[in-house]
Design a protein around this ligand. Structure first.
Ligand code: FEO
Ligand code: CA
Ligand code: CA
Ligand code: CA
Length: 659
């Protein structure tokens, strides 16, 4: 999700909209001028000094030839780059197929009704693929290389694209009608996640609607709270005196698949689902302010009192968690794992450390919020799946401080340590987990430019942090070196001794994003990167089986980048480090999520989110895009079918490894 919902309803500046509210009230520590030394070191050397040194003795033509040869020999990627641009369709590198696998409204169960956008119902939507696919994971099924489960998050809903007759245009501005009860229930059913079996024939995966493990999870699915905050008084409501049972999960952005094959759904922008007014002087007021609760973007609270903080003041404490789903039992109760903290969780990608403990990297996607990691207390048992099922209930949560000399410290969020005491309102570990952001503020973690997906590379002991943007930054710090950072950057963490459980490490900026042809942007892509290869707003990432980095983006679909979002292949090693090239791009208005390469690298699943949510800046449309007047009707391109967010399966023509 690229924004708060109000801004979709009243589009203003696309760039502003892509930023989120920015709620951290603590002062950024001033690091002023220390940027220079770490700014663009590698790119600068390669781009100017290195070339200049060689150019003194070699002709420009020979230099160019040498550059091309080096680019070809050094990159670990080999595919013909897609031309960046904006149009109504998606595009993949020549020699590859991009096949639509699952669209909003497609059957998840054999008995599901056919998709009928003019007569959508809650009952139908509960049996069909949900809206705005974000995280995608693939869990192979034992016994066959050609069977697996696809797990997909449905982050949020775009009413103006989903429902006929809800938009009225006034002076070029769009107004969306308030939800009816039926519409609110459809929206709730379109949230959550999908688990669906895939089978492969002749190299192509297709959904199996009668798969025994198929499941829809929605904003009404019963879940259990586990870990330190479960059962705490602050988690109790009028409908749940135990403080352990909660209905549904919302705004599931990215996520993860654990080493033991469970599905992780991260709850991100939860604030917008709550409305109403907290009772005067309520103890949770500060807690909710820090998260922007109630954001009142949805009207569910008019029909379900638990989303009205005036009537059910503790309900927001039951959201903002990491959710774990046992996909092998379609009747299992998903668990909200409170040991991983409560904030606007982007995702939770994990890696098994050398000693068998499992490390989860966690981003809090808000301007000036933080990077976290969770280290399990127990160790992973590869021979006994059941033994791993509660690993996420015990462990240590850390928040990152990035120091100006390139070192970093992981600060423990442990009750009783440092400032995390009763004196500061933390009476137990439950309090620390419920108000993770405030605890991290007190530890003086480094405020970041919207931490999104963080992807560990098990082969190198490094992890890649996507920092999507922060146009509100007025003071730089070493790890966030650009003020008014419109295009974001990527940080590479090097854990001490390559040990993912380490509490110290080093860090380096892999890339400052944006157009390298505009000096004022300060982008640091390598000079081998073409005009198609640069990107802004990194959001999700994947490390493939060969240890290569792929990055997907959120927010390029605007006139001043001349490109939609897409999937870029980014070199991280040797001479080619910092070289990026475009592999796939989405239709106008879309965002690319969930890049998920299969272990054998023969299929790359990607999620095209909110296509047609935009079009004002594109000459092919040039006006507000909504159900009755869409900037694209991808992927069906039929007059009676709206645009549909979809998961796409990319394969190489004739088979073989991708990239
Ligand atoms: Fe839902 Fe942080 O993007
Ligand atoms: Ca995003
Ligand atoms: Ca995201
Ligand atoms: Ca990822």
């Amino acid at each position: 999700m690229n924004d708060m919902r109000q801004s979709q309803i009243f589009p203003t500046s696309k760039l502003e909209e892509a930023d989120g509210p920015g709620l951290n009230p603590t002062a950024n520590r001033t690091m002023g001028d220390i940027i220079a030394a770490r700014f663009s070191r590698r790119g600068f050397l390669k781009g100017s000094m290195a070339s200049a040194a060689i150019a003194a003795t070699v002709s420009p033509l020979a230099l160019l030839a040498a550059d091309e040869a080096r680019a070809q020999s050094a990159s670990v990627f080999n595919f013909p780059e897609v031309d960046a641009g904006v149009d109504a369709d998606h595009h993949v590198a020549e020699g590859y197929d991009a096949d639509i696998l699952l669209r909003w409204g497609d059957k998840v169960f054999a008995d599901a009704p056919e998709f009928d956008p003019l007569n959508q119902s809650e009952a139908a939507q509960e049996r069909q693929f949900g809206y705005n696919n974000d995280f995608v994971g693939f869990i192979p099924l034992e016994g066959s290389a050609d069977r697996g489960l696809l797990v997909v998050n449905h982050e949020y809903t775009n009413e103006h694209l989903m429902f006929p007759g809800v938009v009225t245009m006034q002076n070029g501005e769009m107004a969306v009608a308030d939800a009816t009860e039926d519409r609110a229930n459809i929206e709730m059913a379109a949230h959550g996640g999908t688990i669906i079996e895939l089978r492969r024939e002749n190299g192509k995966w297709t959904p199996v609607t009668d798969g025994a493990l198929n499941r829809r999870i929605t904003a009404k699915t019963e879940m259990l709270l586990t870990g330190p905050a479960a059962g705490h008084d602050r988690m109790k409501t009028s409908e749940d005196a135990t403080g352990t049972k909660v209905l549904g999960t919302i705004n599931n952005c990215a996520g993860g698949v654990t080493p033991w094959g469970t599905y992780i759904m991260a709850e991100e922008n939860i604030h917008g689902y709550f409305l109403g007014t907290l009772p005067e002087g309520h103890a949770e007021a500060g807690n909710y302010d820090r998260l922007g609760v109630p954001g009142a973007s949805y009207q569910w609270g008019n029909f379900h009192k638990r989303f009205d903080v005036g009537q059910e003041p503790n309900e927001p404490n039951r959201f903002g968690w990491i959710v774990e789903v046992d996909v092998m039992d379609p009747t299992s109760t998903p668990k909200k794992r409170t040991a991983l903290g409560r904030f606007k969780h982007e995702g939770a990608e994990s890696v098994v450390a050398a000693d068998g403990r499992v490390v989860f990297y966690l981003g809090d996607d808000e301007r000036f919020d933080y990077v976290y990691k969770f280290v399990t207390a127990g160790t992973y048992n590869p021979d006994d799946r059941a033994a791993n099922m509660d690993l996420l209930d015990e462990g240590a949560l850390y928040v990152a401080r990035f120091d100006e000399d390139g070192s970093m410290v992981w600060l423990p969020l442990t009750h009783g340590e440092g400032p995390l005491t009763a004196e500061n309102g933390f009476n137990s570990q439950a309090d620390v987990m419920i108000e993770t952001r405030r605890a991290a503020d007190l530890l003086e973690a480094t405020p970041m430019d919207r931490p999104e997906d963080i992807q560990p590379n098990p082969q190198t002991g490094r992890a890649y942090v996507m920092l999507t943007n922060n146009t509100k930054r007025e003071e730089a710090n070493a790890a966030n070196p650009r003020v008014e950072n419109a295009f974001g950057h990527i940080i590479e963490i090097l854990e001490t001794d390559g040990d993912f459980t380490a509490t110290t490490g080093r860090w380096e900026i892999l890339l400052q994003c944006g157009d390298p042809a505009m000096a004022e942007v300060g982008a640091t892509f390598s000079t081998e990167t073409t005009k198609n290869g640069w990107f802004g707003m990194p959001d999700n990432a994947a490390i493939d089986a060969d240890g290569r980095l792929w990055v997907s983006t959120d927010g390029n679909s605007m006139a001043d980048t001349g490109r939609t979002d897409g999937l870029w292949a980014v070199d991280t090693e040797g001479e080619a480090r910092g070289t990026s090239r475009l592999f796939y791009r989405v239709p106008v208005g879309g965002e690319l999520c969930g890049p998920c390469p299969t272990e054998d690298m023969t299929t790359f699943f990607v999620a095209v989110q909110h296509p047609a949510d935009g079009g004002e800046d594109w000459e092919g449309h040039g006006r507000v895009s909504y159900y009755e007047d869409l900037s694209t009707r991808w992927p069906d391109f039929k007059d009676d079918m709206p645009v549909r967010p979809s998961v796409v399966a990319i394969t190489k023509q004739g088979g073989g490894r991708i990239g």
